[in-house]
Design a binder for this molecule. Structure first.
Ligand code: AMP
Length: 450
C-alpha cells in the first residue's frame, strides 16, 4: 500500500514526501480510509506506530475543504494527557499541513500564561491541541466557540483515564456538536476504555495494532543486571562515555531521583539536565529546546515528562529504573530510533525487578538480551534461564545475541517453538530462577535504597 492509494489531498501527499515517508504504517493504512469515510474509530496504537499522522492526515484533509459553518472556532480538537505530547501533535500538524493554504494550529496547555492563550483564542483557529484541564477553564470563561467543530481526537486516552482527566474530557465533549467525528487512541483497549468509547463515540470501527507492530524493530534492547545504586551509577557513567552515544534519555522512577541523577552526572562532567512534571513549563520547554538543538547530551526524565519527545538525535534510552508499567517501557524506548534511525535501549535490572521485567517481555512479545561490561560485572547473577541467558548467550560483553525483528517468524524463533508464554515463563518463574527475583515477598539484598 502506498500513500497515493489513500486518496489524501495532493498538498498533504507533498508534505508526506517531504517527511521522507515511503509507505503508511499499519495504523495509518487501517485508520485513514475509515476516517476519510467519516467513521468514528477507536484504535490501540502506541507511540512509535505513526499514530499521530494516522489522525492528523485525515484531519488536515478535512481542512482542505472550506468549513460549512462560519465561525472562528476550531474545526479539529485534539486532547492529550501531557503538554509535551500536545506540542508534539502541534508540530506534526504544522509539518503535514505546511503546503495547505492556511492552517492555524493553536496549543492550549496548562502551565502557560492565560493572556497569550486568550489572544490566540480570539483569532480564527483550525486545529486546537489542548490538555483537558486548561481547556475546561477557557470553555467555562466562554472563550471557545465549538460551533464548527468537525473532529475530536482523544490521544492516549488510557493515560488521560489514569491521570484522572476523563471527567474533563467528557465535559469538553459535551460542549462540542454531536455531529462531530470522534477518534480515540489508546495503548490498550480494555473495559475502562470501552466505557469511555461507549459514551463518546458513535459505532466506532475498532482498530487493533499489536504491540509487536510498533516500530521498535530498529531498536536494539539490552539488559544489564545490577547490584545496587552505586553499580548503576558506575555502569551509567561507562555507557555515557561511549562515543557512539550522541544523545540519551535516562529514565528514573521519581522526580527527585531525576534531579539528583542529573546533578551527579553534571558533576561528573556530562552535559545533563532533568525533565519532570514538577518543573515549570518554561523550564521544561527550555530544556527540551536545548535537547533538540544538540546543546544537551543527557536528559534525565520521568515517564510523564518524556511522553511525546521526538528528537532525532536520541541514540540511546537508558532505563536507570525500570518502569512500573510495561506500556511505559514501550513509550520510553520509542524515544530512540525515531524516524527510521537505529537506537539502543538499555535497561538496568536488579534482583527486585524480575516481575516487572517479565511483564515487559510479555507485553512486547520479545526477550531482552543481557549484556555485561567487562570490569563492571554484577555480583548478583540471575540463575541460568534468566533474560538473555535463556537463549544460550549468558553475559555476552556488549554483543547482541540476536536481531530484533518486526517479522513474526523471527519473533517465534526467539521463543520455544513459537510458544512465547512457555519461553518467557521459564525466564522468571522456574524454580531454578533464584529467589532474589521473587519480588517484594523476598526483597533482594541488592535492592536500591531511596
Ligand atoms: P508517532 O507514533 O506518531 O509518535 O510517530 C512515530 C515516528 O514515526 C515519528 O517520528 C514520525 O515522524 C514517524 N512516522 C510517522 N509515519 C511514518 C511513516 N509512514 N513512515 C516513516 N516514519 C513515520
Amino acid at each position: 500500500m502506498s500513500f497515493e492509494n489513500l486518496n489524501l489531498h495532493p498538498l498533504i501527499l507533498k508534505a508526506i514526501v517531504d517527511s521522507g515517508y515511503t509507505e503508511p504504517t499499519p495504523i495509518q493504512e487501517q485508520a485513514i480510509p475509515e476516517l476519510l469515510a467519516g467513521h468514528d474509530i477507536m484504535a490501540s496504537a502506541q507511540t512509535g506506530t505513526g499514530k499521530t499522522a494516522a489522525f492528523m492526515l485525515p484531519a488536515l484533509h478535512r481542512l482542505a475543504t472550506p468549513a460549512k459553518v462560519h465561525s472562528r472556532g476550531p474545526r479539529v480538537l485534539v486532547l492529550t494527557p501531557t503538554r509535551e505530547l500536545a506540542l508534539q501533535v502541534s508540530e506534526a500538524a504544522a509539518k503535514y499541513g505546511k503546503h495547505l493554504p492556511r492552517v492555524k494550529v493553536v496549543s492550549i496547555l496548562g502551565g502557560m500564561p492565560y493572556p497569550l492563550q486568550n489572544k490566540l483564542l480570539s483569532q480564527p483557529v483550525d486545529i486546537l491541541v489542548a490538555t483537558p484541564g486548561r481547556l475546561i477553564d477557557h470553555i467555562q470563561r466562554g472563550r471557545i466557540d465549538f460551533s464548527r467543530l468537525e473532529m475530536m481526537v482523544l490521544d492516549e486516552a488510557d493515560r488521560m483515564l489514569d491521570m484522572g482527566f476523563i471527567d474533563d474530557v467528557e465535559r469538553i465533549a459535551a460542549a462540542t456538536p454531536a455531529t462531530r467525528q470522534t477518534l480515540l487512541f489508546s495503548a490498550t483497549l480494555d473495559s475502562a476504555i470501552d466505557k469511555v468509547a461507549a459514551r463518546l463515540l458513535k459505532t466506532p470501527k475498532r482498530i487493533q495494532i499489536a504491540a509487536q507492530q510498533a516500530r521498535l524493530d530498529n531498536i536494539e534492547q539490552r539488559l544489564h543486571y545490577v547490584d545496587d545504586l552505586s553499580h548503576k551509577n558506575r555502569l551509567l557513567d561507562h555507557l555515557l562515555r561511549d562515543m557512539a552515544l550522541k544523545q540519551a534519555i535516562v529514565f528514573t522512577a521519581t522526580k527527585r531521583d531525576a534531579d539528583t541523577l542529573a546533578d551527579n552526572l553534571s558533576a561528573q562532567g556530562h552535559e545533563a539536565a532533568a525533565l519532570h512534571g514538577d518543573m515549570s513549563q518554561r523550564d521544561r520547554t527550555r530544556t527540551l529546546t536545548k535537547l533538540r538543538h544538540g546543546g544537551l547530551r543527557v536528559l534525565v526524565a520521568t515517564d510523564v515528562a518524556a511522553r511525546g519527545i521526538d528528537v532525532a538525535g536520541i541514540t540511546h534510552v537508558i532505563n536507570f529504573d525500570l518502569p512500573k508499567f510495561a506500556e511505559d517501557y514501550v513509550h520510553r524506548i520509542g524515544r530512540t530510533g525515531r524516524a527510521g534511525a537505529a537506537g539502543i535501549a538499555v535497561s538496568f535490572a536488579s534482583g527486585k525487578d524480575g516481575v516487572n521485567l517479565k511483564k515487559i517481555e510479555r507485553f512486547t512479545g520479545q526477550q531482552i538480551a543481557s549484556h555485561v561490561v567487562p570490569g563492571l560485572e554484577p555480583r548478583f547473577k540471575p540463575r541460568p534461564g534468566a533474560g538473555g541467558a535463556s537463549r544460550g548467550t549468558p553475559n555476552v560483553a556488549h554483543k547482541r545475541s540476536r536481531t530484533w525483528s518486526n517479522d513474526t517468524s523471527g519473533r517465534n524463533a526467539n521463543s520455544a517453538n513459537g510458544n512465547r508464554d512457555n519461553s518467557r515463563g521459564r525466564s522468571f518463574d522456574s524454580d531454578n530462577r533464584g529467589n532474589s527475583f521473587r519480588g517484594n515477598s523476598n526483597p533482594s539484598p541488592y535492592a536500591r535504597t531511596k
